[in-house]
Design a binder for this molecule. Sequence first.
Ligand code: ADP
Length: 153
Amino acid sequence: MEKTLVILKPSAMQRGLIGEVTSRFERKGLILAGTKMIQLDDAILNEHYAHLKDKPFFQRVKNSMMASPVIVQCWEGIDAVSVVRALVGKTNGREAAAGTIRGDYSISFQENIVHASDSVEAAEVELSRFFEENEIFAYKKAVLSFLYSNDEV
Ligand code: ADP
């Protein structure tokens, strides 16, 4: 099954949304394979947001991501990358559809609650950036046969 990276950003940590956001992924049927709280620094954000380095808001976004510790999570499921991105919604919280995490909890472009990997390739790179191998767990979920049909798993 596919794995993807989610970061509960300082906006989620400060606004008391850790439980509610985590619950969205759980209720969907995604399986939590790894989680921990970390403090991001400039070096790891330069890697993680390398695609934004020429944007005028690059430093501002990095400062926002360092404003408090964050929680990183590894979620697992069939097509987990696209399933999580759909739950998260558009980048700008003001434009994100109601019912998505950003649509329901964010009114900002920058302070948009969560990061989620945007492709399978990015997920692999990002998971190895934030997790050691022994921090990702494979364990049997008793509920699996009620999440998927036999031919899906
Ligand atoms: P996403 O997080 O949806 O994959 P990007 O990778 O394009 O989006 O941007 C990374 C993060 O940088 C966004 O989640 C948001 O916090 C911030 N960001 C992106 N574009 C802007 C912008 N135009 N103004 C302010 N912040 C932005």
